[in-house]
Design a protein around this ligand. Structure first.
Ligand code: CP
Length: 336
C-alpha cells in the first residue's frame, strides 16, 4: 500500500463536516485506518501531543473512542465533559472563551455541541485544529468515515451500492453526513425509510448520483447491500416521531430474513428501539464491528489533523524534543 502524506490530508482548521473532505482525502483516511487496523503495534505518532475532548452533549463512543485512540498512539488527553461543564468549571462562559483558553494547552481539540453554530464558533476561536465530534442535527464527520470504513471493509467497494437508510433522517446528523459523503460515490439505489415528514432535505438528495431514489414510511430491507439504521435520537426525536412510526421502522429477526445474505446492517449507535436485540446475532449485523473499527478511523483522523506522518512521527519527535508548541503560546510570544 503506498504511503500517504497524512500531514496534508485535513484542512488546517480541522474537520467540521464530511463536506470538508475530497473523495481522495476520504479514501486516504480509510487507507490509513486500514493500515492501523492491520498493524500489530500502534505507531507512537501522537507522543508529545495533547488532545482536548470538549463534549457539551453526552457521548459514549465518540468521546471514549477518541480518548483511547489518542492514548494508543502515545498522546495525552484532557477532558471537559458535560458534567464537569456544569459542576466543575469556574463559571459558565462562552464556548469561544473556553476554547480559546483550552486550545492554548492542547495540540488538537474534539468538540461536540448540540448547536451547530457553537461548533463553528469554537473552530474560529481555537488556536489548534478542531475535530467536530457531533454538531447539532447536521454534522458528524468521523461517524461518516467510520460508516464508510465499515462498508468498504465488508463489501470491498463504495461505488454502485444499494443503500437503505431508515429512521428519523431529518433529525440525524449521522444520516445527513453519510448522505453528503455518498454524493461522492455513485449509487445504484438509495432507499429512504422514514416517518412522515422526517426524510433527508431535498438539497442533500439533489447532490446524489443515484440511479434510483425511493421513499417509504415502513422498513423494506430486501435487496439492499447496506441497511443503515439511523433510528430516532433519544429525547426530542423519539417523542416527535411517535410510537407507531417507530414500530413501522423497527428491524426484527423476521425482517432480516428478507435481506440478502451478504448484506450488512449498520447503526451509529446508541440504539433506542430501532433494532431488536435478536438481530444482533444475524449474519448481516455489523454494527458492533463498525463501532469497534471506529478506533482506527479516529486514530487516522487525529494523525492527519496534527500533521503527523505516522511512520515518521516518533522519529521526528526524537529529533526535535519539545518542538511542538500550542499556537496560542507562539502567538503570545510574538505579541509579548
Ligand atoms: N455514534 C455516536 O456518535 O455515538 P456516541 O453518541 O456514543 O458518541
Amino acid at each position: 500500500m503506498p504511503r500517504i502524506d497524512m500531514g496534508s490530508l485535513l484542512p488546517s482548521r480541522g474537520l467540521f463536516s464530511i463536506e470538508d473532505l475530497s473523495k481522495d482525502q476520504i479514501l486516504g483516511i480509510l487507507d490509513r485506518a486500514e493500515e492501523l487496523c492491520q498493524s500489530k503495534t500502534y505507531p507512537q505518532s501522537l507522543v508529545g501531543k495533547i488532545v482536548g475532548l470538549l463534549f457539551f452533549q453526552p457521548s459514549t463512543r465518540t468521546r471514549i473512542g477518541f480518548h483511547c485512540a489518542a492514548q494508543r498512539l502515545g498522546g495525552g488527553v484532557v477532558e471537559l465533559n458535560e458534567a464537569k461543564f456544569q459542576l466543575g468549571m469556574s463559571c459558565a462562559e462562552s464556548i469561544a472563551d473556553t476554547v480559546r483558553c483550552v486550545s492554548a494547552y492542547c495540540h488538537l481539540l474534539v468538540i461536540r455541541h448540540p448547536e451547530v453554530n457553537e461548533v463553528k464558533r469554537a473552530m474560529e476561536a481555537s488556536a489548534v485544529p478542531v475535530i467536530d465530534g457531533g454538531a447539532g442535527t447536521e454534522h458528524h464527520p468521523t461517524q461518516t468515515l467510520i460508516d464508510l470504513f465499515a462498508i468498504r471493509r465488508r463489501l470491498g467497494r463504495l461505488d454502485g451500492l444499494r443503500i437503505g437508510m431508515a429512521g428519523d433522517l431529518a433529525g440525524s446528523r449521522c444520516a445527513k453526513d453519510l448522505a453528503r459523503a455518498l454524493q461522492l460515490f455513485p449509487l445504484q439505489e438509495l432507499r429512504l425509510m422514514t416517518p412522515p415528514g422526517r426524510g433527508l432535505p431535498e438539497s442533500l438528495l439533489d447532490g446524489l448520483k443515484a440511479t434510483r431514489v425511493d421513499s417509504s414510511h415502513n422498513l423494506r430491507p430486501g435487496s439492499v447491500d447496506v441497511l443503515y439504521m439511523a433510528g430516532c435520537q433519544p429525547g426530542e426525536s423519539v417523542d416527535a416521531v411517535g410510537e407507531q412510526a417507530r414500530i413501522n421502522l423497527r428491524l426484527t429477526p423476521n425482517l432480516c430474513e428478507e435481506m440478502k445474505t451478504d448484506a450488512m446492517i449498520l447503526c451509529p449507535l446508541p440504539r433506542v428501539d430501532e433494532i431488536d436485540g435478536g438481530v444482533d446475532s444475524v449474519r448481516q449485523a455489523a454494527y458492533f464491528a463498525q463501532s469497534a473499527a471506529g478506533l482506527f478511523v479516529r486514530m487516522a483522523v487525529m494523525e492527519s489533523c496534527v500533521g503527523v506522518d505516522a511512520l515518521h512521527g516518533a522519529r521526528a519527535k526524537r529529533k526535535t524534543p519539545g518542538a511542538a508548541q500550542p499556537a496560542e503560546v507562539k502567538r503570545a510570544k510574538h505579541s509579548a
